[in-house]
Design a protein around this ligand. Structure first.
Ligand code: PEP
Length: 249
């Protein structure tokens, strides 16, 4: 059985007072669904405060990125160890916005994944094609290449601890969602690709779908056999909507 994970990527949203309101909304709302692991990923400055709020609750903490380095002259960077000290358990890596705005490559995502796993964080590794790539029927080539690149050289036990997220770039923040059938087809492709290297990993690694997931479409997406949860952007910023998605599991 793979765990079902509903993770909220707050992106560049969430001052400490806003974090307090949002997490309080999740704790007061009906967000404790035993069928799902709930993860919130606020910006770095809010992590410590968020940790105090979620300690002892059903909510786990994630970060939106991290450095591949442990320490040193890397201005602006945050290490895996630093994240661990503020209670972070998950870290989103290779989000398309990092790839697009910060020129992150598969090689860099791979280095970050190795650093995260070595430190004891669970990476949520994102892959996804642009609209141009989909229209050119290159989806499998693109996401397959991203998957291979991000996971290159991971040890078997590390691979089996990882989480993947399929996030078609054209569906992120656009209100356009992949149909459940489209998403399922790519999730199945990714699972088969994992199985080529490690059949056991293909059985246990959760693959989340991300891209305009809302309470109204979550159930159908999450009912697909290879969709093991959701990575949620916009709808994770409203407690009511995020709770609606959690309860769609
Ligand atoms: C995301 O940023 O990971 C995401 C899926 O965003 P949204 O839900 O807003 O499309």
């Amino acid at each position: 059985m793979r765990p079902v994970i509903i993770a909220g990527n707050w992106k560049l949203n969430g001052t400490i007072p806003e974090t307090e309101v949002l997490i309080k909304g999740l704790l007061d709302g009906d967000s404790n669904n035993e069928a799902a692991t709930v993860v919130v990923c606020p910006p770095y400055p809010s992590l410590s405060y968020a940790h105090q709020m979620v300690t002892g609750t059903h909510i786990a903490l994630g970060a939106q990125d991290m450095s591949q380095h442990d320490k040193g002259a890397y201005t602006g960077e945050v290490s895996a160890e630093m994240l661990l000290t503020v209670g972070v358990r998950y870290v989103i890596l290779g989000h398309s916005e990092r790839r697009q705005h910060h020129a992150e490559t598969d090689q860099l995502v791979n280095a970050k994944a190795k650093a995260a796993l070595a430190a004891g964080l669970i990476p949520i590794i994102c892959v996804g094609e642009t609209l141009t790539e989909r229209e050119a029927e290159r989806t499998e080539e693109v996401v397959g290449g991203q998957l291979d690149g991000a996971l290159a050289g991971l040890m078997t036990d590390q691979l089996r601890l990882s989480v993947l997220a399929y996030e078609p770039v054209w569906a992120i923040g656009t209100g356009k969602t992949a149909t459940p059938e489209m998403a399922q087809a790519v999730h199945r492709f990714l699972r088969n690709r994992l199985a080529q290297n490690d059949p056991a990993a293909a059985e246990v690694v959760p693959i989340l779908y991300g891209g305009s997931v809302k309470p109204g479409n979550a159930h159908e997406l999450l009912s697909q056999p290879d969709i093991d949860g959701a990575l949620v952007g916009g709808a994770s910023l409203k407690a009511e909507d995020f709770v609606g998605i959690i309860n769609a599991v």
